[in-house]
Write a protein that binds this ligand. Structure first.
Ligand SMILES: [Zn+2]
Length: 325
C-alpha cells in the first residue's frame, strides 16, 4: 500500500486508545529491522528522519530506502515523518521527497513566533494532504544539533496553539528529554500535564518525545564489552503505559535502537575477534532492532491493530478533508 498519513494512523490510535511507536532511521539495517518488527506485530508504523539523518544520508538515499520499505512491506501501513523540522524550507524539501507527515519544532521561539511558523507549515502541508506535528514547551537534553533548557508545556496555551495552527499532533514537554541520560535522580514525568493537554484538545494527538526506556540490560551489555554508560537512565515502560492511558498517542524512540545496535556490535566483535565482515555484526544488530521494536509495539498496545479491511486515505482525499475543516 502507499505511504499513509500520520493523521489517519493517529485517528485509529485515538479511537482505540493505544500509542504508535515512531522510530528514527539513518541506514538500511535500521529501517529493515524496524519494518520487520512492524510486519511481525501487524501494527501501524511511523518511520522518521531527523535533519541529521537527511544530512547523513544525503536525502536521496533516505528517500529511496523509504521507497524500498513501501515496496517490500506492502501490508504495513507506514507513515514517513520528518522529525524536528526547523523551517518551512526543510518541510517543502521533504514533502517533495514524498514524506506524508512533518514535525515543525518552533518550541524555542516565543509563543507568537511558534504559532506563526507552525501555521505557515500547516498552510503548506494540509493542501497537499500532509500531516503536521507541532511542539509546545521545551524538552531537555540534546536532539541532534539542538540543545536547550527544558520548560514544561503550559496547558493554558494548548487550546489557543492548536486552534490557531491547526496541527494534527502536538509534542509536549512533561519531563522527558532526548538522549540516554534523561534523569539524574529517579525518573519522573508530569502525567497530569499529559492528561490536561489531552482533555483540552481531544482531537489533536499528544506526542511524547525523549521516551526511550534505556534498558539496564543494554547498558550492562555495553559496559561489559568496553563501553562506559553506567549513568544512563530512561523512562520505564510502566510510566509510558500510564502516559498512554492519559492520552499519549505517538511515542518517539531513537536512543533504545541506538543502544541495541551498539550493544550488539560490541558483543559480537568482543566474543568473536576474528570477525571482519560487517554483515556479521550488522546482521546481528538488525535482528536485535526487530526484537526491541516488537517489544515496544506490544508494550504501547499497538500490536494487531491494523484492521483486515484497512484502506489508506490518499493524500488527495486527506487534503479535501482538511479543506472541509
Ligand atoms: Zn524529539
Amino acid at each position: 500500500m502507499p505511504l499513509v498519513t500520520l493523521r489517519q494512523v493517529l485517528d485509529e490510535a485515538q479511537k482505540r486508545e493505544f500509542a504508535v511507536g515512531a522510530f528514527n532511521f539513518n541506514n538500511m539495517e535500521q529501517l529493515q529491522g524496524v519494518m520487520q518488527a512492524f510486519k511481525n506485530t501487524r501494527c501501524f508504523g511511523i518511520i522518521q528522519a531527523s535533519r541529521g539523518a537527511l544530512k547523513y544520508t544525503n536525502h536521496d538515499f533516505l528517500h529511496h530506502l523509504a521507497l524500498a520499505a513501501v515496496e517490500l512491506f506492502p501490508d504495513v501501513p507506514i507513515v514517513l515523518h520528518l522529525d524536528h523540522g526547523d523551517s518551512l524550507d526543510t518541510v517543502k524539501k521533504v514533502i517533495s521527497l514524498g514524506f506524508t507527515s512533518v514535525m515543525i519544532d518552533g518550541s524555542r521561539l516565543s509563543f507568537e513566533e511558534n504559532v506563526a511558523l507552525t501555521r505557515s507549515v500547516v498552510d503548506f502541508a494540509h493542501p497537499r494532504g500532509v500531516s503536521v506535528e507541532g511542539e509546545l514547551g521545551v524538552l531537555g537534553g540534546i536532539e541532534e544539533d539542538v540543545e536547550g533548557k527544558s520548560a514544561f508545556t503550559d496547558p493554558d496555551q494548548v487550546e489557543e496553539f492548536v486552534a490557531k495552527t491547526g496541527v494534527d499532533a502536538l509534542a509536549v514537554a512533561v519531563g522527558t528529554s532526548h538522549g540516554a541520560y534523561k534523569f539524574s535522580a529517579e525518573p519522573r514525568i508530569r502525567q497530569d500535564l499529559i492528561q490536561e493537554t489531552h482533555r483540552r484538545v481531544p482531537d489533536c494527538a499528544v506526542v511524547l518525545h525523549g521516551a526511550s526506556s534505556v534498558p539496564s540490560s543494554l547498558i550492562e551489555e555495553i559496559d561489559r564489552y568496553g563501553g562506559s554508560m553506567s549513568k544512563a537512565k530512561g523512562v520505564p515502560i510502566k510510566m509510558l503505559q500510564e502516559a498512554i492511558k492519559r492520552g499519549i498517542r505517538k511515542i518517539n524512540v531513537d536512543t533504545d535502537v541506538r543502544l541495541a545496535v551498539t550493544a550488539t556490535i560490541r558483543r559480537v566483535l568482543n566474543e568473536r575477534p576474528d570477525v571482519f565482515d560487517p554483515r556479521e555484526y550488522l546482521g546481528e544488530a538488525r535482528k536485535r532492532i526487530t526484537s526491541i521494536v516488537e517489544e515496544k509495539t506490544r508494550a504501547f498496545g499497538g500490536a494487531n491493530r491494523v484492521p483486515e479491511d484497512f484502506q489508506p486515505i490518499s493524500l488527495k482525499d486527506q487534503a479535501a478533508r482538511y479543506s472541509r475543516g
